[in-house]
Design a protein around this ligand. Structure first.
Ligand code: B12
Length: 501
């Protein structure tokens, strides 16, 4: 298809490649609730909403169902989206589409960071589609589309349409995602967010966010919603004065739908902000803690975490009614051999149950990558998943020592005894918010499956029953939270066992 006119009927296959079995895939936990994927491909459904209304669209999320010969025969062209961690599956899908004679158009973070690895792709629509898609569509209509469309500008999110949720089989997903903002004001040298999306926090209006929520609600969605922002509190004044009041008002006549998001640690400094978030229905927040060592924080320019009592910060957030999930990293130049035990102690003390511990990786495009390249310390391309036990950097600490210490952290923090102890530490601190999710059939199913898989045949069955009894007597309202965290533990143990084997 060399030329395409907007008025032509075109069949577009939108494909999301498969995620490997990673920490965040939650594959082993999803089995308990009978879901196939944790989150939908938001980039793809957003791009779908930017295509001409008379084109026929079909979305295949390879995490939910297989791409079939029928799909390929139906389509004129395939649009593929991926992040680096989906690289292998993306290569396979591109090959299938090419073998079926389809034109392949690719976009998303994987291709924005390494399109040169995909010689067989026909067109790359890089960076934010709000800026690069229309020029491609215009050129395609004229019959002379270029191979690469990219920009170093950042999009105005007021132009971003409501995603085409209707293309998804909502029942297959554990959560939905909504994006309110892009970009992060901070400067961590290992993070590719600022390289891809910049430092300026660009936001949708509150009415855009409400319209997205309404559209999900109308489609019957009552599960949790992840605000997939790089830093939800990147513009605190707007969030406090405009967005959160709008979300609180929206929630008044609704049932279900709890929110969670990602934010920086300075959230702990702002009690009114935390209270508003909890009132709006937020109950979880992911925070990049990285390391309890100030020298390492200075090394990676994570200034916002320096010189703070990070454990006290976490507890303050938990007491406000937000569960804290945390990211941790080992492999910094200034890491001493004691870092492994310090990380373990920090994680146990803070009650961060979902603790994602990774080896430092340097994704292409980051300042860390540039520095280590200059120093001759980049050994490969990054796997895109810093929790898979690999790294593409040559660390200052001997690699064997680093990997052994890393293994020791994972072996410890997910072993049943310390893991369940951490859940209790968290539940002791946590103030359950008033807004609660709906009890759904999936929850009952999860309980029954957890009793069998974790409580009867599981390695930590004694710990499981001890937790349930403890919670029943000490924090009965939090019993569902305890069960969910026990299920997460089952997943983490499976994934970590694979990576540290
Ligand atoms: C939500 C999210 C997740 C979710 C999963 C999302 C999902 N669908 O399953 C969770 C929490 C599970 C997750 C996990 C991980 N994530 Co993540 N995640 C994000 C986050 C915060 C938002 C993604 C999103 O939905 N954006 C909203 C949509 C609208 O934006 P978008 O997808 O980029 O799409 C736009 C463009 O890219 C483009 N586009 C996208 N696709 C296509 C396709 C076509 C055809 C076209 C034309 C255009 C186009 O147009 C869209 C509109 O502008 C981003 C950061 C960010 N702000 O993007 C990181 C990000 C995508 N994640 C990242 C990483 C590294 C990870 C992890 C590996 C982290 C880890 N160490 O474990 C894991 C791996 C995932 C896994 N399952 O194993 C990196 C990816 C870097 C890269 N170059 O690939 C990002 C960019 C963050 C970062 N630190 O740099 N993640």
């Amino acid at each position: 298809m060399d030329t395409i006119a907007a008025e032509d009927g075109v069949n577009i296959l939108l494909v999301n490649p498969e995620f490997p079995d990673t920490f965040w895939s939650f594959k082993h936990a999803l089995e308990f609730v009978g879901k196939r994927a944790a989150l939908p491909p938001i980039g793809l459904v957003t791009v779908a909403a930017m295509l001409p209304g008379n084109w026929s669209l079909r979305l295949v999320d390879a995490n939910v169902r297989k791409l079939t010969d029928k799909d390929l025969a139906w389509a004129d062209c395939a649009f593929i989206s991926a992040m680096v961690v989906q690289r292998d599956s993306a290569h396979q899908i591109v090959a299938c589409c090419k073998a079926a004679g389809l034109k392949v158009v690719a976009g998303g973070p994987l291709f924005s960071s390494e399109h040169e690895q995909f010689p067989e792709v026909d067109h790359f629509i890089l960076n934010e589609a709000e800026l690069t898609l229309q020029p491609f569509l215009d050129d395609w209509a004229k019959g002379n589309p270029r191979r690469i469309y990219s920009t170093n500008l950042f999009a105005d999110l007021s132009q971003t349409p409501i995603p085409r949720w209707d293309l998804l089989d909502l029942r297959r997903y554990a959560t939905m995602g909504i994006q309110f903002s892009r970009g992060c004001p901070f400067n961590c040298d290992f993070c590719s967010v600022t390289a891809l999306l910049g430092h300026r926090v660009r936001m949708k209006s509150s009415s855009q966010v409400i319209a997205e929520l309404d559209s999900l609600y109308r489609l019957g969605w009552r599960g949790d919603v992840f605000f997939v922002d790089d830093n939800f509190i990147g513009n605190k004044p707007f969030v406090k004065k405009d967005l959160l009041p709008a979300l609180i008002a929206w929630r008044k006549d609704k049932r279900g739908i709890l929110f969670f998001t990602e934010a920086s640690i300075n959230l702990a400094d702002d009690k009114p902000l935390m209270d508003l978030m909890v009132e709006a229905g937020f109950n979880k927040v992911f925070i990049g803690i990285e390391t309890p060592d100030d020298t390492c924080l200075a090394e990676c320019r994570k200034d916002q975490n320096e010189n703070r009592d990070l454990v006290a910060d976490v507890k303050r957030i938990q007491r406000a009614g937000l569960q804290v999930q945390g990211g941790f990293i080992v492999g910094f130049d200034h890491d001493q051999p004691s870092i492994f035990q310090r990380q373990i102690d920090f994680i146990q003390k803070s009650g961060i149950v979902t603790a994602m511990v990774g080896l430092l990786q340097a994704p292409a495009g980051t300042r860390l990558y540039e520095r280590l390249k200059r120093e001759g310390r980049i050994s490969a391309e990054s796997s895109g998943d810093n929790v898979d036990g690999t790294t593409n950097i040559i660390p200052l600490m001997h690699m064997d020592k680093l990997k052994e210490g890393y293994r020791r952290i994972l072996d410890h923090i997910y072993a049943p005894a310390p893991y369940y102890q951490r859940i209790r530490t968290f539940l002791r601190e946590y103030k359950p918010p008033h807004v609660r999710g709906n009890l759904r059939f999936a929850h009952v199913l999860a309980l029954i499956r957890s009793v069998y898989r974790i409580g009867i045949v599981g390695r930590g069955r004694f710990q499981y029953w001890k937790l349930l009894l403890w919670t029943q007597f000490r924090r009965p309202r939090l019993l569902p939270d305890a069960i969910i965290l026990a299920i997460y533990g089952y997943h983490f143990r499976k994934v970590c066992k694979k990576h540290v084997a």
